[in-house]
Design a protein around this ligand. Structure first.
Ligand code: ADP
Ligand code: MG
Length: 236
């Protein structure tokens, strides 16, 4: 059975559909990429899964249980955005431990050390966030997102504020980290290289609708229609 179920989800703003009847499942431990041009409804769909949008239609489920009406903080999901939204004047360790403090977990210091190793920033605990590069800040944000062992990680363009070369390196690292931790994740991006590098399967969205779902190879080799082909850069 799928971990996450998205069933006929629709979200409209002032009567205009932003997400239009999307049905999609994410298997346990799977990294699903949502790929599409700007304005295609990717963020709105992710926010709907998180519980941050009122659904006009459809439902969201977790291992078969309908969670459409469940409050955001009770879903056990973590969200990470383009800008990691760290506390700038706190240390790296304080930022990463923030979700742990809320749950009063023991063994916090050890957990922070493990998380810093995991994201490739060993020994960075006492640094200030403002001293870090953009890429390092996103690694810290990822460590913080994983700190509470979320049952689902939702990532909205987490690499989009970084330059191309750094983005490629981080995309590879992100995939390795998600796989190593067995994290079930939905990864939103407008960048096909990034989507293909990070995801087990890619869902292509255009104008609020789901056009195609498949492995990176399937989507790349056999775009389902002319619109997807054009978006992927085929000059037909
Ligand atoms: P993407 O993340 O793929 O760029 P979005 O989900 O942000 O797309 O937006 C999809 C559509 O919904 C766009 O036309 C956008 O302008 C509209 N939209 C998104 N959020 C809101 C909002 N809070 N109020 C009104 N319109 C919105
Ligand atoms: Mg977006």
């Amino acid at each position: 059975m799928d971990a996450l179920g998205i069933d006929g989800v629709g979200v409209s703003f002032d009567g205009v559909p932003a997400v239009d009847g999307v049905t999609l499942g994410v298997a346990p431990g799977e990294v699903l990429g949502i790929l599409g041009p700007s304005g295609s409804g990717k963020s709105t769909l992710l926010r709907a899964v998180a519980g941050l949008e009122r659904l006009g239609s459809g439902s969201v489920s977790w291992h078969g249980d309908d969670i459409t009406a469940l409050a955001v903080h009770r879903r056990g999901f973590a969200l990470m955005f383009q800008d990691g939204q760290l506390f700038p004047h706190r240390t790296v360790a304080q930022n990463i431990a923030y979700p742990l403090r809320i749950t009063r977990a023991s063994g916090q210091a050890e957990r922070v050390v493990d998380l810093l190793d995991l994201v490739g920033l060993p020994g960075f605990g006492e640094r200030r966030v403002t001293e870090l590069s953009g890429g390092e800040q996103q690694r810290v944000a990822l460590a913080r997102s994983l700190a509470g062992k979320p049952r689902l990680l939702l990532l909205d363009e987490p690499l989009s504020s970084l330059d191309r070369e750094l983005r490629e390196r981080l995309a590879g690292d992100l995939r390795r980290i998600l796989v190593a931790t067995g994290t079930t994740a939905v990864f939103v991006t407008h960048d096909q290289d990034e989507a293909f590098a990070v995801s087990d399967r890619v869902a292509v969205m255009m104008r609020g609708r789901l056009e195609q779902v498949g492995t990176p190879a399937e989507v790349w080799r056999r775009p389902v229609n002319a619109a997807v082909a054009r978006f992927l850069g085929y000059t037909t």
